[in-house]
Write a protein that binds this ligand. Structure first.
Ligand code: GUN
Length: 295
């Protein structure tokens, strides 16, 4: 029997727990979301983030800049958020329009408010196993597996995709010597030779390539766990939106070979927001404890 991994339920559990936690706090955590340009998928994501904040009692601050904005204008917004004590977390929605140096912009965010875990200081801390903000999507994947009792210790996890947002931090999380990790990790990417021979050896495949239906049944060993991080828009004239969302895994073909699999939508996707909210509440708590130490 294949277990269907339910990100919607795990997200709801996390958010209801967080809501209780937020209600007990002496003040309101605050999250600043910055969007440059008008990428439709990014606009949809930031709408969902705002709604999640509203539901939990987290203050959200939205900054919408036109795609013609300059790097110095964006840095001005980031600086103001860094300095504003009501802003505990800052999220700069990726990708930025052409012409922006993404790393330079991310470097400008205070590491203490970097709830995406993209700042080099936090990436470094994650790698050496120090407490830090973990990037929301891989953190969500790790949480999702734990919530479904999927053992990672000693397992061979094959990650397909080496992005800074998913693939690399995913490997950094799962390789740590701690509960919910301790995996043997292989990262595959566009230059990997004999990809299928590697993925077939995996106990757990994590697909984060960004190509619809990239993982086919012949790439998956019998009984593997398959986690699909992909969210791809493909044309679908029968859908009122004109498109549908599909993952990086050919779900219908692969499902029967797996012991557990995430659907798209409803698998990893919901977890990203749940972990963003988790990181925002942690940011508030850490900043509060710094303030009280100085009083
Ligand atoms: N674009 C795609 N995923 C993410 C994410 O987790 N955070 C931000 N800031 N941008 C993204």
């Amino acid at each position: 029997m294949t277990q269907l991994i339910d990100g919607v339920k795990v997200k709801a559990d996390i958010l209801s727990e967080l809501k209780n936690q937020v209600a007990e706090l002496p003040g309101k955590p605050g999250l600043a979301v910055i969007l440059v340009g008008d990428n439709p998928a990014s606009k949809a994501y930031i709408g969902m983030k705002k709604k999640a904040c509203d539901d939990l009692g987290i203050q959200s601050f939205e900054f919408l800049l036109p795609k013609t904005a300059s790097e110095s204008e964006l840095m001005g917004v980031i600086d103001a958020c860094n300095e504003n004590p009501e802003v505990n977390g800052i999220l700069l929605q990726m990708p930025l329009p052409k012409g922006f140096d993404e790393q330079k912009m991310l470097d400008r965010i205070s590491p203490d408010k970097d709830v995406d875990g993209f700042h080099p200081v936090n990436v470094g801390k994650l790698l050496i196993g120090l407490e830090t903000f973990k990037s929301c999507t891989p953190y969500g994947v790790a949480h999702l597996m734990q919530a479904h009792n999927i053992e990672t210790e000693g397992k061979h996890v094959v990650i397909i995709g080496r992005s800074n947002i998913v693939g690399k931090p995913m490997a950094a999380i799962l390789v740590q010597n701690e509960l919910g990790a301790n995996a043997t990790v292989t990262i595959c990417h566009s230059r990997t030779k004999n990809l299928t021979s590697i993925t077939k050896q995996a106990d757990i495949i994590i697909a984060a390539i960004g190509k619809p239906h990239f993982v086919t049944a012949d790439m998956v060993g019998e009984g593997a766990v398959v986690i699909d991080v992909g969210i791809n828009r493909v044309d679908d004239p029968s859908d009122p939106r004109g498109y549908k969302l599909v993952g990086d895994v050919d779900f219908d073909a692969v499902k029967g070979k797996t012991s557990a699999i995430t659907p798209v939508p409803g698998g990893v996707g919901p977890m990203t927001i749940a972990m963003l909210m988790t990181n925002t509440v942690s940011a508030y708590q850490r900043q509060q404890s710094v303030v009280s130490q100085h009083q």
